[in-house]
Design a protein. Structure first.
Lengths: 197, 148
């Protein structure tokens, strides 16, 4: 589980989200700003990896903040604000991806891969393999291994059964393994295994 | 628990999402099956590297400020609905003009064509006798109860 998600889980348990949501619903704009700023970086990371484009990710984030602000009254359980707003973001990303299919663009190399080239070949390979996944599989991998959500939470975000999340995760991992083997990076997994032993 | 089932559950096992019984059965199987034991070790290191790889990519992203002024003061564009009252007023005026100036008979404000002369006689007769459309009265005839 990522550090961010551990932090957010502690916020959920301590009721910070709940207090801020109640204040924001009562008309406190500062409360909403504070609430969204807590989850903003996590949402931006998710959008960047899904959309492979910082500008689109920023647009998705901005629009998600707007939608969350307008529809805050519809949130039934204030303590699950982050899950709810992640769902809004994922839907926004999905809409952007669909819009992209209508207009064919030459996709530049993702800024994530550019930054990673100097750091770790395996990380570059992982990002490339994740980018090769179609949207439903990419979303579950990111929500699981980048943001640390449980299968149940991912099912709530993506509005699908837990069984679907499990099968997508298994299928996505299979594809990722095949891709990494194809890139010739699987030996690093073996080395990691030896290192752990 | 067979090998296929163990491999399906490995992902949930590493995430700590199996119930106690499933966990015990899985560990028992892995302890006795060399193939599944190797797969388990491989899966563990793969998932660890996958998480590290994704996080390494994400860490390089900057924290960007949002345009809160635009978000908190957003007013939706009403589009064509802005002109709805104007259109409604124009429609009412046109309807009134059409009704007043209409050449067709039976309009609300103009003169009606009226009955023909034959009908006029009948109506006058019936008016005199006190009944609508009753024939001219004859002596000894009671038309009170006549229905036509």
């Amino acid at each position: 589980m990522s550090q961010d998600n551990l932090f957010n889980k502690s916020l959920e348990q301590s009721g910070v989200f709940e207090q801020l949501v109640i204040a924001a619903r009562a008309g406190d704009k500062d409360a909403f700003v504070k609430l969204f700023e807590m989850v903003k970086d996590s949402l931006y990371r998710t959008a960047c990896v899904i959309l492979e484009n910082e500008n689109d990710a920023y647009d998705a984030l901005q629009e998600s903040a707007l939608k969350a602000y307008k529809n805050l009254q519809q949130l039934r359980q204030p303590q699950f604000f982050k899950t709810w707003v992640t769902r809004i973001l994922i839907n926004k990303c999905c809409a952007i991806l669909k819009e992209r299919k209508k207009v064919s663009l030459f996709a530049d190399m993702s800024v994530l891969q550019v930054n990673l080239q100097e750091k770790s070949p395996f990380s570059v390979g992982v990002m490339e393999a994740v980018n090769h996944l179609s949207f439903p599989y990419r979303a579950v991998v990111i929500l699981r291994y980048l943001e640390g959500y449980s299968q149940k939470e991912i099912a709530q975000i993506l509005n699908c059964p837990v069984g679907t999340v499990k099968s997508r995760l298994n299928a996505a991992l299979k594809k990722l393994k095949a891709d990494l083997k194809g890139q010739g990076l699987w030996h690093l997994v073996k080395e990691e295994e030896v290192y752990e032993l | 628990m067979n090998c296929k089932r163990v491999q399906e559950l490995l992902e949930s096992y590493f995430a700590g999402e199996l119930n106690q019984l499933q966990k015990v059965l899985l560990e028992k199987h892995v302890a006795s099956c060399q193939s599944c034991s190797n797969i388990l070790k491989e899966e563990k290191s793969f998932l660890a590297l996958l998480g590290k790889g994704l996080k390494a990519g994400a860490e390089s992203l900057p924290s960007l400020p949002l345009n809160w002024n635009a978000i908190l003061n957003f007013k939706p564009k009403r589009g064509y609905l802005r002109f709805a009252p104007t259109f409604a007023l124009i429609f009412v005026l046109i309807a009134c003009i059409f009704t007043v100036l209409s050449p067709f008979p039976g309009n609300l404000f103009g003169p009606s064509e009226g009955p023909s002369s034959a009908n006029k006689t009948e109506i006058i007769a019936s008016r005199d006798s006190g009944y609508p459309h009753s024939p001219p009265s004859e002596e000894g005839t009671n038309w009170r109860l006549g229905f036509y």
